[in-house]
Design a protein around this ligand. Structure first.
Ligand SMILES: [Fe+2]
Ligand SMILES: [Fe+2]
Length: 244
């Protein structure tokens, strides 16, 4: 059963917690004139996420379906959504369109480049490409300008069944998650540290987000710029030994 919380005006966090991996999966619905879903969820999660969306809007009225990078929790159920929402269009990075979605999606997608905007009516979501942050060549995030919301995908990934929104130390929780995965034989190297990592985090910090809407864990309400800059320190400290 999904938990639904309105974490910013018209922005709903639809959370499904999987106890066996101690991880929340958050899907964000923007209830606006042209509804936007950020993260489709996995295919097997589709019925639960669809039913949660149906408590907020008619799922058939979805107009935009977006995500950060090509992984099943980000966009695995894309075609299930396209099947029930005839006006909906997939929208992601140009790279994502070229390397995956043009073939993967059952209808033609829309590709975004830097500063392209998805206008949902009351809200405008600006696209910021972030290749390889948190991971994936095709990665990017959306920034809502009026309320300062950054839909930040796997950035600030936290373990556990945590509260919808917090002003507490999400960076410490992300550090714990990175450390836990680094010590895992399969999940290690989840976040690459590259020469561009700092610069991309700084680009996001310059947006001065006031809410970091994380895919896994609590959304962070507070000084998002400071948290993003400190994230660079954390990643270098935690992963820097891997640089050569
Ligand atoms: Fe991911
Ligand atoms: Fe994820």
């Amino acid at each position: 059963m999904a938990r639904i919380d309105e974490i910013a005006p018209d922005l709903f966090r639809i959370c499904i917690y999987l106890p066996h991996i101690d991880l929340q999966f958050n899907h964000f619905l923007i209830r606006d004139e042209q509804p936007l879903l950020f993260h489709t969820g996995m295919r097997r999660m589709f019925p639960a996420v669809r039913d949660a969306v149906a408590r907020l809007i008619d799922p058939a009225s979805l107009r935009w379906i977006s995500w950060s990078h090509f992984e099943v929790d980000e966009c695995g159920a894309l075609n299930d959504w396209l099947a029930i929402a005839p006006q909906a269009q997939a929208v992601c990075s140009q790279v994502g369109v070229l390397v995956n979605i043009e073939d993967f999606a059952d209808r033609p997608p829309r590709g975004l480049t830097k500063d392209d905007v998805i206008d949902t009516g009351r809200h405008r979501y600006r696209y910021v490409p972030t290749p390889h942050l948190p991971h994936g060549w095709d990665a990017g995030v959306l920034f809502e300008e009026r309320d300062g919301v950054l839909l930040c995908s796997d950035l600030f990934h936290q373990l556990g069944d945590v509260e919808p929104v917090t002003s507490q130390d999400v960076l410490g929780r992300w550090d714990t998650a990175v450390a836990t995965y680094q010590n895992h034989p399969i999940l290690m190297d989840y976040v690459p540290l590259t020469p561009a990592t700092r610069r991309r985090l700084e680009e996001l910090a310059a947006l001065k987000p006031r809410l970091l809407a994380a895919m896994h864990g609590s959304s962070f309400a507070g000084d998002g710029a400071a948290a993003l800059r400190e994230a660079g320190d954390m990643l270098e400290k935690r992963l820097g030994a891997d640089l050569c």
